[in-house]
Design a protein around this ligand. Structure first.
Ligand code: FAD
Length: 385
């Protein structure tokens, strides 16, 4: 066991961080506030191979693991340029297609995930099912060789930037009872597929959408893999999603902690830097400890996932996601407090993150559902719902 990342990963972190810092938080927040997108940064990261690090080499990717992609994600967030689509497109969608896709799907999508050229959203959440995915009602019916898809989705990130959406539904044969998911690649220009932006009190360059699927006709090969891969296929995407969400939060915590610490060293109101007061030093130190712990658990989850231990990775990824979200919220709150009035001034680049870090407690899986998972699966406690 080693607690030092490989030289390759350290170099990747440095290079990705350098690129993201060249753009910086001001670039990000200006775009986010004006309804823009981080297309330039995304494209450059793609060209340099950072978005495709986890895509298999035979399809033009880096052939590394989710731990490397998570490191890129953390560095982007630590530079103040958080890109939600990174959690979705190269992590969930590319992983599911690489592990379960048909040959043609792999050939079509993976090289373009590797270069960042293709972007794909991921849609599981439904207005009525919420956290209870067993209640998903998006349904695919066979019509000759085609599939006809009907359903509604909500809070789906980045659909306006995506070429297609990976939609989690169920086939008509598996319409009721425990979830037996079927995953479909739905191009965003397919007739019958509509999306509408949800106004959010969130400063984010990636927007959220409601999806309306009304008799969306898809060819047979829109189904990822086979109907039978079912849950294994979905979990292949959900573990990377949680690991990426954890690294997203850890990166944002780092960004806030760095700003809070720098300000605490330079601002002085009683003749000594305010960081000398334990009322500020201890909360900053607490964030440092909790951030390092969250990062360690994220690395553990990624290492388990990359070694093929999906079950072990599931528990660790949930814990990492929980810990990351909690420390990111605390980090931004603490950094704002350290800054006093300046904490909410646009110039200091902290208030912009209040919503972004709060998302981590809700999505991709809520804090309560993580606690339910740990209570039931790690502790063996009875299920309450
Ligand atoms: C910014 C953002 C981006 C998102 N992006 C995507 C995306 O790209 N794709 C996608 O599919 N989804 C996305 N989501 C949706 C997200 O995954 C869901 O919001 C989340 O899973 C919670 O579901 P819900 O909103 O329906 O809440 P509900 O399920 O309605 O839950 C409401 C509250 O009840 C609690 N609760 C529910 N059941 C239990 C229980 N059994 N025990 C204890 N508490 C419980 C929850 O924890 C929560 O606090 C996004 C959400 C946001 C905010």
């Amino acid at each position: 066991m080693t607690f030092t990342e490989s030289e390759e990963r350290q170099a990747l972190r440095k290079a990705a961080g350098d690129l993201a810092r060249r753009y910086g938080h001001e670039y990000y927040s200006k775009l986010a506030r004006s309804g823009g997108h981080t297309t330039e940064l995304w494209n450059e990261a793609g060209r340099l191979g950072y978005l495709g690090v986890a895509v298999p080499e035979e399809y033009g990717g880096g052939g590394a693991g989710i731990g490397d992609l998570a490191a890129v994600c953390e560095e982007f967030c630590a530079a103040g340029t958080p890109m939600l689509l990174m959690v979705v497109s190269p992590a969930i969608c590319a992983t599911v297609i690489a592990r379960f896709g048909k040959d043609e799907q792999k050939k079509h999508w993976l090289p373009r995930f590797a270069s960042g050229e293709a972007r794909m959203s991921f849609a599981i959440t439904e207005p009525d099912a919420g956290s209870n995915s067993h209640k998903l009602t998006t349904t695919a019916r066979k019509d000759g060789a085609d599939w006809i898809l009907n359903g509604r989705k909500v809070y789906i990130s980045g659909v306006d930037e995506a070429e297609a959406v990976l939609v989690v539904g169920r086939t008509e044969d598996a319409k009721t009872g425990k979830l037996k998911p079927a995953l479909f690649i739905v191009p965003t220009d397919t007739p019958g597929f509509e999306y509408k932006q949800i106004e959010m009190d969130l400063v984010s360059a990636d927007k959220q959408f409601q999806l309306f699927l009304d008799d969306v006709r898809l060819p047979a090969d829109a189904l990822v893999g086979s109907e039978d891969a079912a849950l294994a296929q979905l979990f292949a995407g959900l573990n990377p999603e949680r690991i990426m969400a954890a690294s997203f939060s850890v990166g944002l915590a780092r960004y806030a902690l760095e700003k809070g610490t720098a300000y605490a060293k330079e601002r002085s109101v009683w003749g000594t830097p305010i960081g000398a007061h334990q009322g500020l030093a201890h909360p900053l130190a607490t964030v440092k400890i909790e951030m390092e712990l969250a990062k360690l658990m994220t690395q553990k989850a990624a290492a388990l996932y990359d070694s093929g231990d999906d079950m072990g990775a599931g528990e660790a990824a949930n814990m990492a996601k929980y810990a990351g979200a909690e420390v990111a919220i605390k980090a931004v709150d603490t950094a704002i407090q350290v800054h006093g009035g300046n904490g909410l001034a646009t110039e200091y680049g902290l208030g912009t993150l209040l919503g972004a870090v709060r998302v981590g407690r809700i999505a991709p899986v809520s804090r309560e559902m993580v606690l339910n998972f740990v209570a039931q699966h790690s502790l063996g406690l009875p299920k309450s719902y």
